[in-house]
Design a protein around this ligand. Structure first.
Ligand code: A2P
Length: 317
């Protein structure tokens, strides 16, 4: 039946995934009764020289009482003000938590987010570079500011209860790194010793997120493999096998480069793969997975097989 681990002071994960999901509290706070949390840290993760574009922040929020959120869940952020499109109060925006189950301070009294400053284009007016309400609100917060929070939400992008007997491949683009940072900290704090990979795609080297933390993990935990794909600074050396826009180095190219080792892990029936980040990343990754599976005689659609076996989780936005 596998082993049982205590991941946080709030949630004891049981061996079966179903039990795990049932025991996860969700929607403790709603729009009508949000939780007030206080900003205790707002740290830029990307180079200042990149300006307002590529501005990614690590924000830590402190709360009184209880806000039990585990990696893979999201917090709802209620930005103040009126939505210019609907003329109604802003609705909550979901952000994936970037902290481990007990928070960055380990006391169960904080949670953290990884937020990129977002700009959008109005298709009706053609206006460009319009600041996204929630992301700019979050990125501009100062220590001491109060924020209204709903949630937590989400039960499907969590680590399984029997994580101690599994190998993991985590693939992220940009702020899709958030849940994996929390999961890796949770795993290593629980004495996890199996194979775990992280493949992170970002545009520039000085936009790598939590790079120091992952490098430190790679030194400390020999079975942790940390790979990056720097799209605008590295070329795709496998352009005839894996096509990418402008021959950029994307996460799926790195997967192809390490295909033998990757396949060895994914061939194990206890392995799991998690993808998080830009909508569309799965369209580049699935063909690589399928090519790997086909080469190994696993069938034409390895991605579908992994999904059917509950071994592939995708969260894109
Ligand atoms: P690029 O923007 O150079 O095309 P961010 O969210 O910080 O922009 O990072 C997302 C990263 O994912 C960037 O390096 C981006 O590359 C890359 N990316 C964009 N589209 C895809 C895709 N379809 N598959 C994989 N990676 C992608």
């Amino acid at each position: 039946m596998g082993v049982s681990f205590q991941v946080s002071k709030f949630v004891i994960l049981s061996p079966s995934m179903e039990n795990t999901q049932k025991s996860i509290p969700i929607n403790l706070y709603r729009i009508s009764s949000p939780l007030a949390v206080e900003v205790i840290e707002n740290r830029r993760l990307t180079a200042e020289s990149r300006g307002r574009k590529n501005d990614v922040r690590h924000l830590v929020f402190k709360f009184n009482g209880s806000y039990p959120c585990i990696p893979g869940q999201s917090a709802g952020i209620l930005p103040p003000g009126i939505d210019s499109r609907t003329k109604r109060p802003n609705s909550p925006r979901l952000y994936s938590v970037a902290s481990p189950s007990t928070g960055d301070h380990g006391d169960g009294k904080t949670f953290s987010l990884c937020v990129t400053r977002h700009f959008w284009e109005n298709p009706q007016t053609g206006e460009k570079d319009l600041p996204g309400a929630a992301s700019n609100y979050l990125c501009d917060l100062r220590v001491g500011d109060k924020v209204k929070v709903t949630g937590p939400t989400g039960k499907h992008f969590l680590l399984p209860g029997d994580f101690g007997v599994r190998d993991f491949i985590f693939v992220a683009t940009g702020t899709g790194i958030a849940p994996f940072r929390g999961m890796l900290i949770d795993l290593f704090q629980q004495g996890y010793e199996r194979n775990v990979w992280l493949i992170l795609g970002v545009p520039y080297k000085d936009c790598l997120l939590y790079d120091d933390e992952f490098r430190a993990f790679a030194v400390k935990y020999p079975k942790f493999t940390y790979l990056t794909a720097i799209s605008r600074e590295e070329n795709n050396p496998f352009s005839s096998e894996v096509q990418t826009r402008q021959n950029k180095m994307y996460v799926q190219v790195r997967m192809y480069e390490y295909r033998e080792k990757l396949l060895k892990i994914l061939s194990g029936s206890n392995s799991m793969m998690y993808l998080c980040g830009l909508k569309g990343m799965e369209e580049g990754i699935f063909p690589v997975l399928n090519a790997l599976g086909k080469g190994a005689g696993i069938g034409d659609s390895f991605a579908e097989k992994l999904k059917a076996d509950q071994r592939l989780r995708v969260e894109v936005y």
